[in-house]
Structures are given as C-alpha cells and as structure tokens.
Design a protein around this ligand. Structure first.
Ligand code: SME
Length: 167
C-alpha cells in the first residue's frame, strides 16, 4: 500500500483548485466550491469560509460569504475586530497556532484551536479573505499557508476578470 505524502496531497488539492477555477461559471460558484474542497480534502480544515468587504461600507466591514462548518455568530466583522479584522486591515496572512493565547481572537466554536486568515487581493487592494479554523493546534504550517494563499490568489484574479467584464 502506498502512502500519500503531505506535499503530494497539497499538490493534488492545488490542481483540484485549478480544475474548479476552469469549470466555475462565476467567482461566487468558485468560492463555494473552494470551501467544499478544502473542508472535504484537508482533514484539519474544520471550518472554511470567505469574508468579503461590503462594497461601499463606511467604516469598512467584512461580511460572511460561503462557508463550510458550524454556524458562526460572526457574520459581520469590523476591521478592528478579531483575527479576521487584523488580516484585512494589515493585508497580511495571519496564522495563529493557539487561539486561546491571542487576545484578538473572536470565538466561533469552542473546539477551534488554531486559525489562518489570508487576504484576497483585487488589483492590489484587499477585497476580502479566506478564513480557516482547525480543531487541532498549530494546524497551519508553511505548506498549508502556501495552499491557502494560492486559493486566495485564484479567487482574487477571478474577481479582477469578473469586475472588468462588468465595467
Ligand atoms: N475567529 C475569527 C472570527 C471568525 S470565525 O472563526 C468563523 C476571528 O477571530 O476574527
């Protein structure tokens, strides 16, 4: 019996993201299918969702979009709140290995132990983010970060194309 290494698995998921991108009719459909794929294939990705900046909202607010996992009370998050707000306001990926030790953390489920939030950029500006929670501590290593950043990049590029088509 052959065992699949973590790198092979991540490569396989990346290729699956490319296929989803090629087959998706819209960025909305793509985002939904990415949440399904990551939640299903990556066993430690227990909650996977997109938060997008509400167009024109002042002050800016992140609004929950497609997600897989338990219902969250955090459907709207200001940029000065939570790990989500920190990632969107800094434009940087935030990885938290132990959420109980991070005072910014907004609890979504008692089971969550670690979290990664990756901004989605459109023409260099933050348009939203991909948020993943795990029931396992320090679930997001360098390779996971690479995969999640890749997904956010694919969505950002697709948003650029779609927005251009609507101009
Ligand atoms: N934990 C996030 C809130 C969103 S839930 O995880 C789904 C945060 O601290 O911003």
């Amino acid at each position: 019996m052959s065992t699949v290494s973590q790198s092979d698995k991540l490569d396989e998921v990346r290729r699956a993201v490319d296929c989803l991108n090629a087959g998706a009719r819209s960025v909305d459909q793509l985002m939904k299918s990415i949440t399904l794929l990551l939640n299903e294939k990556m066993l430690k990705y227990n909650w996977v969702g997109f938060y997008m900046l509400e167009p024109g909202a002042q002050p800016p607010v992140l609004v929950l979009g497609h997600y897989q996992g338990a219902m969250t009370p955090h459907t709207r998050i200001s940029l000065n709140q939570g790990i989500c707000g920190a990632a969107a306001s800094s434009g940087k990926t935030v990885v938290v290995d132990d959420v109980s030790k991070d005072s910014r953390y907004l609890a979504c489920s008692l089971e969550t132990r670690s979290e990664i939030v990756v901004p989605v950029f459109v023409h260099g500006e933050v348009a939203g983010e991909l948020d993943i929670d795990s029931h396992f501590p320090a679930a997001f290593g360098g390779e996971d970060r690479g995969l999640v950043e890749y997904c956010a990049q694919v969505v950002g590029k697709r948003l650029e194309t779609e927005w251009l088509a609507h101009k």
